[in-house]
Design a protein. Structure first.
Length: 167
């Protein structure tokens, strides 16, 4: 695990694009361009938030980052996480290691809460990954998404980064 760089952007874009075009795991409907990914990377750096790349034999196999949960000032210590792996590297422990590192680095920024918004698509992998990292279910939003002919719910998960606090 390491900080993502501008050189990682093509690989990050390539990992994410099939999730947009072939799945309901993201509510994006058009894959972000490399320029847009560079903007996300720059915004994370400017905000002091981690944006990580997981590599294997020099190749990016996954990435994770946090963004502000909401723009209102009182939410300043709460972030939302995103994590994606190339499909051929899923189920091998990379996601858990990447999420653990993301949470460690996010805690070091002073953030107190991390929110995960998971599309309830019937695929338990993302829910399981987050629950194993200490996230607990905080709520459900019903029928808030529509993609590929499907109406979708989201499950909100929350992880406290405050020492000794449980939800």
């Amino acid at each position: 695990m390491r900080d993502a760089t501008a050189e990682d952007v093509p690989a990050i874009a390539a990992i994410f694009a099939p999730y947009v075009t072939e799945s309901v795991l993201t509510f994006e409907t058009v894959p972000p361009t490399e320029s847009q990914w560079r903007g996300k990377l720059h915004a994370a750096r400017q905000a002091g938030h981690p944006f990580l790349a997981a590599t294997l034999d020099g190749a990016v196999v996954g990435y994770a980052y946090v963004t502000p949960w909401k723009i209102k000032p009182a939410y300043a210590l709460t972030v939302e996480n995103s994590i994606y792996l190339s499909p051929e590297h899923a189920g091998r422990g990379y996601g858990g290691a990447l999420l653990a590192e993301l949470l460690t680095r996010t805690a070091a920024t002073g953030a107190r809460q991390v929110i995960a918004v998971i599309a309830d698509s019937g695929d338990p992998a993302s829910l399981g990954l987050h629950r194993a990292a200490g996230f607990t279910e905080a709520g459900r939003l019903s029928r808030v998404g529509f993609k590929h002919g499907r109406t979708l719910d989201t499950v909100l998960l929350q992880c406290s980064l405050e020492t000794g606090e449980s939800l």
